[in-house]
Design a protein around this ligand. Structure first.
Ligand code: 6PG
Length: 249
């Protein structure tokens, strides 16, 4: 456990992706066992792909998928059939291989106008998720982190979007200009559990900065702003991503 300005965060480091995925799944099952149903916001990109493959290889019934309502923390503004689509990746690596009712899946419609979809999805969250103090509160928000310190689709060049008063915003990828729809910090930090799944050597510098120098990091990196009111902030890292941690935090 690391006390980051009184924010409790739990950091677990794994030799292999398999061990990371196994441990995260055991953690998820503990939560699932305690609840009738849970809401999860998924991350996109390549890291969760291996988790979804791990889940789809589990024995039938190992996880009762019907207890989970799936949402996304962000989506690329492309059709659901586009290679860039987080939904498409999740469908191919998970949904097509498990027993999950279609009405448990709430995709961000990347084919729609970004600003409109941000508003529509933000309203959908208020309908489909328990609202606490006026904010939809996920049971679990899974986040990845880019090597620039972005998370969901809040990028450093638009870090002010994190503090939007909306549930979701339209954002822009800094290099490609690709439009995105993303949860904001308001919703992310209202979650009961915020879990970062971060792997790869290219993330090691930012992981060290965010975990060991939180005050400076908060000014620059959206990932450093993930500080759930619940205090349940967990980092599942592989050894490469954790490779520059010095233990001074
Ligand atoms: C996305 C994400 C994004 C991702 C990071 C890390 O849609 O790309 O949700 O925030 O989690 O970019 O991506 P990798 O796991 O591919 O490094």
């Amino acid at each position: 456990m690391v006390d980051k300005q009184n924010m409790i965060m739990e950091i677990q480091i794994f030799k292999t992706l398999q061990e990371l995925n196994q441990s995260f799944t055991e953690w998820l099952q503990e939560i699932l066992n305690k609840k009738e149903s849970i809401t999860i916001a998924l991350s996109g990109g390549s890291t969760p792909k291996s988790l979804f493959d791990f889940w789809s290889d589990l024995p039938e019934g190992e996880i009762d998928w019907t207890k989970i309502k799936f949402f996304w923390g962000d989506e690329r503004c492309v059709p659901p059939t586009d290679a860039e689509s987080n939904y498409k990746m999740t469908k191919e690596h998970l949904f097509d291989k498990i027993n999950i009712p279609q009405n448990n899946i709430f995709r961000i419609k990347g084919e729609n106008n970004p600003e409109n979809e941000a508003e529509v999805y933000g309203d959908l969250l208020n309908q489909e998720i328990k609202v606490v103090n006026g904010v939809p509160a996920f049971d679990i928000v899974i986040l990845g982190m880019g090597d620039d310190g972005h998370t969901a689709s809040i990028f450093p060049h638009e870090i002010e979007l994190w503090n939007s008063n909306n549930n979701c915003v339209a954002a822009t990828h800094p290099e490609t200009g690709q439009k995105r729809v993303s949860l904001t910090g308001k919703v992310i930090n209202a979650a009961n559990n915020v879990v970062f799944l971060v792997t790869g050597e290219n993330k090691a510098d930012k992981i060290r900065e965010i975990i060991e120098h939180p005050e400076e990091s908060e000014k620059k990196y959206p990932a450093a702003l993930a500080q759930p009111e619940s205090d349940n902030l967990l980092w599942f890292l592989d050894e490469k991503a954790a490779g520059k941690l010095t233990g001074n935090s």
